[in-house]
Design a protein around this ligand. Structure first.
Ligand SMILES: C[S@@+](CC[C@H](N)C(=O)[O-])C[C@H]1O[C@@H](n2cnc3c(N)ncnc32)[C@H](O)[C@@H]1O
Length: 251
């Protein structure tokens, strides 16, 4: 998407680029081209540093890393930084892990830039759920096993988990929960109380597509104890649904 109708051509511009889930080869050709053209690259901690090598040696590189409860720069300051570099006439690439519009606050950054009259381009990326499905060989949808797939966040600003349990607790649906590791007890109990069987296949997936990637298959009921047993830490996804019965042998 390109938005430049109401923008000021004297300013620089910003591209919000999805870096993909980890493996640097999963960035799009367009994302890689824009990185090569960038004068400023603003990136966070779920981005493989090898992608930064695509940028020109003299491009400014700014790390604004973000982890749950461990923000290096508050979101407002990241938006302010993007606006100020663009106002200075620079071409800025904001490189974000996965897709910029999936649990990435890309919407807020886009709104701040447009409000300042700066042209914004959005370049999609492979979101973590897709990377995990590809790495471990299970489909997110399957005509016999899951007719829908939902991406939800397991982390609210106040650290609570408040999901629509009845809407999620559907047998023919794949649930992918981002940022849910700290709320596993609530998630497992909430889905079971809403009617999803405790023996529904589930998995914890750590750092999909990175060299350290790991999958911990379990059931909905045993999610909390599995995370505890293997000390699973973020970044990790929780996947729940019958599609997990198709996990490739050998993983
Ligand atoms: C702030 S969200 C960013 C999501 C990202 N925009 C995307 O589209 O994948 C960060 C969360 O995404 C999930 N995540 C991101 N990359 C991951 C990966 N390679 N493997 C597993 N989970 C990942 C984790 O739940 C992590 O806590």
């Amino acid at each position: 998407m390109k938005t430049d109708s109401a923008t000021n051509s004297r300013y620089g511009r910003v591209a919000l680029v999805g870096a993909g889930p980890g493996d640097p080869e999963l960035i799009t050709l367009k994302g890689a081209r824009l990185l090569r053209e960038a004068e400023v690259v603003i990136y966070d901690n779920l981005v493989d540093e090898r992608l930064l090598d695509l940028a020109a040696p003299d491009a400014e590189r700014v790390f604004v890393g973000k982890m749950t409860s461990m923000h290096t720069l508050p979101q407002e300051e990241i938006s302010t930084l993007l606006v100020s570099r663009a106002l200075a006439g620079k071409f800025v690439v904001r490189l974000k892990g996965g897709d910029p519009f999936v649990f990435a606050r890309g919407g807020e950054e886009m709104a701040a830039l447009l409000a300042a009259g700066i042209a914004v381009e959005i370049v999609p990326g492979v979101t973590a759920a897709m990377g995990a499905a590809a790495s471990f060989g299970f489909p997110l949808t399957h005509r016999d096993l899951a007719q829908s797939c939902v991406f939800v966040t397991g982390h609210l600003q106040d650290n609570s988990v408040d999901l629509n349990w009845p809407a999620l607790a559907q047998t023919n649906q794949t649930i992918v929960i981002y940022m849910g590791i700290t709320g596993l007890e609530t998630i497992s109990a909430g889905l079971q109380a809403a009617g999803l069987a405790g023996d529904t296949p589930a998995a914890l997936i750590y750092r999909a597509t990175w060299p350290a990637e790991k999958i911990y298959p379990c059931s909905l009921a045993t999610l909390p104890e599995t995370a505890h047993k293997y000390a699973v830490k973020p970044p990790a996804l929780i996947v729940i649904g019958q599609v997990l019965t198709m996990i490739s042998a050998g993983t």
